[in-house]
Write a protein of this length. Sequence first.
Length: 201
Amino acid sequence: MAWTVPHLVNRQDVHGGYRSAWQVGKQITGKDGQTQTLGLITTRTNLTLKKLVWHFRVGRRQDIIGLHAIGPDNTCKWGGWDFDCKQGDVRTRRRNYRRATELYNQLVDLGLHPLLLRYGRGSYHLLVLADTPVPADQLRRWLRGFAVKAEVFPKSNDIRATAKKVGNWLRLVGKHYQRDVWPRVTTAQSGSKAAPPSTID
């Protein structure tokens, strides 16, 4: 917990979250009369120590939180890639494994200490932490320069120019929100590379 806030939390006035399973996909009528489909949540309440504790204890799906990639001053403590595999097919799993591990090794060769999170079934998060907060546009340009087919965080160059002024969030490392699984974490110690598992996740 003591490590999470200074290294990963870009802002504490807002955070991401998940609805209860029975709520997901449910359609409601908003105040503007438009039909909305319930999905992910952006909560405009303070991210407290208690919420972080419940995230890591994982009592319920709705206790799992997401951290916004950009702070109010448009800087970032971290950036990364989300290699998603909603289909779960073997081809996508193998492709994501290859892309994630190759990029991880590239970052290690640059002298960085990335975090590779393996959630199984072809799902990976790859994070790079900054020593000091970096302007979002500079970090995004650097991440996109690797030309990897994956979702890049941060997604915006400047959240101050957006309607909601908060940007997007990525799930904080911890239990998966749909499956009873915790990530296997690989990080560079003394220049170590990512060792291939005996089978593809």
